[in-house]
Design a protein around this ligand. Structure first.
Ligand SMILES: Cc1cc2nc3c(=O)[nH]c(=O)nc-3n(C[C@H](O)[C@H](O)[C@H](O)COP(=O)(O)O)c2cc1C
Length: 196
């Protein structure tokens, strides 16, 4: 059974290709998120250019908005294409701009889209980034592979099912990690001596 309390999920997607498969998977993720009673905001990183880290970053209103959305979110879902065996560069630029202290303890789900099972690597790499930020990753890994050019016929039902399961997990984790996030904030506020 799914908890009644709605959660705010920030969906970040990082593929700039026209007619991006990754974008359509991100839209499906938003529909499935609504299906478990949560709300989602889709940030397509291709729609506005984030500055490179340390390059006019503080003047970017898009960046301030993105950071505020990440801080408000109860959880995030990162949807990436697989490029050369990993996740996309624009997604990495975005994640580098986010503050770890605002993300610590938040649940993160990952979806990777690729032409082969190499896409699993993109998912693994992103899960390592999530752990580096102190986030809690949803156990189910969702990877969408289109190795036969049959995209127009719809997504593999197994991949769709894993996306749904990951979203259900994320929704549950958002409730379960509330306390974790509060204690992380309290620990951050303590003077250094009290940590020892
Ligand atoms: C530069 C580049 C590198 C790619 N490298 C991989 C790869 O290593 N493994 C893989 O499975 N697919 C790879 N692909 C294929 C894409 O992951 C695949 O086409 C995916 O659907 C891209 O999503 P998009 O339609 O949103 O661009 C690559 C595509 C590009 C353009």
């Amino acid at each position: 059974m799914i908890a009644a309390e709605p959660r705010r999920i920030l969906v970040l997607t990082g593929a700039a290709a026209p007619f991006s498969r990754t974008r359509s998977v991100a839209e499906l993720v938003c529909r499935e998120t609504a299906g478990v009673g949560s709300t989602s905001v889709l940030r397509d990183l291709a729609e506005y250019a984030l500055p490179l880290l340390h390059v006019e970053a503080e003047n970017s209103s898009g960046l301030a908005d993105l950071r505020a959305q990440a801080e408000r979110a109860d959880g995030m879902i990162w949807v990436t294409p697989c490029y050369h065996g990993s996740y996309s560069g624009i997604l990495k630029i975005c994640l580098d701009h986010l503050r770890a202290d605002a993300l610590r303890g938040k649940p993160v789900g990952v979806v990777a889209v690729g032409a082969s099972l190499t896409a699993v690597q993109a998912s693994e790499h992103l899960r390592a980034v999530a752990r580096a930020l102190g986030c809690v990753t949803a156990p189910t890994q969702a990877v969408v592979v289109d190795d036969s050019g049959t995209w127009g016929k719809g997504m593999d039902p197994g991949a769709h099912q894993r996306i749904t399961r990951m979203i259900v997990e994320l929704h549950a984790l958002a409730g379960a990690t509330d306390l974790l996030r509060q204690s992380a904030a309290t620990a951050d506020a303590l003077p250094a001596a009290e940590h020892s």
